[in-house]
Design a protein around this ligand. Structure first.
Ligand code: HEC
Length: 150
């Protein structure tokens, strides 16, 4: 089943066009993923982070090992995602702040689950320094007063 040269040419051209279309569609998905959906995700992570770090503080004060270490693990995971977000954008300092936070909360989780509440509180304080450090550089205010990435 070999077609004429003309047919083969048309088919090749069609395939080429299809590939270009696919490629463009792929790029669009990528762009939306990194810059559109990504920022909505980011805001969700930060809202979770804000709420969870408040809960962690309370659970440490109440010496509730299980709840505190669950909170700290959730924070560790959230900052892993935050790290990956900045990694895709190649922003070194933000990646480092996120990694420090993630490492810090891993420590808090370990210490809390071992019942070392004073150590955990000290680690929490250290991990929380990354919040302000990153916000000072990468958190901006939108004209409507909400927070945005900069
Ligand atoms: C790697 C950078 C980085 C780190 C680390 C970081 N933040 Fe953020 N945070 C941001 C950016 C950027 C915004 C603004 C974008 C947004 O709100 O979506 C933000 C926004 C927020 C908001 C506002 C959310 C909203 O839009 O309503 C809260 C609350 C918050 N962060 C809490 C924290 C806490 C608590 C920590 C530490 C435990 C922390 N953040 C660590 C970058 C970071």
């Amino acid at each position: 089943m070999i077609g004429t040269a003309e047919e083969a040419h048309t088919t090749r051209k069609e395939q080429f066009m299809k590939r270009i279309l696919l490629f463009t569609a792929g790029l669009t998905v990528l762009a939306v993923g990194v810059f559109g959906q990504g920022e909505a995700d980011y805001q969700n992570w930060m809202k979770t982070v804000g709420a969870t770090s408040g809960s962690l503080r309370k659970n440490l004060e109440a010496k509730n090992a299980e709840a505190a270490s669950a909170d700290a693990k959730k924070l560790q995971d959230a900052f892993q995602q935050v790290h990956d977000f900045w990694h895709k954008k190649n922003v070194d300092d933000a990646m480092k702040f996120a990694m420090n936070a993630s490492d810090g909360f891993r420590q808090v989780a370990e210490q809390a689950s071992a019942g070392k509440f004073d150590d955990a509180a000290a680690s929490l304080k250290k991990a929380s320094a990354s919040c302000g450090a990153c916000h000072a550089v990468h958190r901006g205010k939108a004209s409507d007063g909400s927070w945005k990435i900069k």
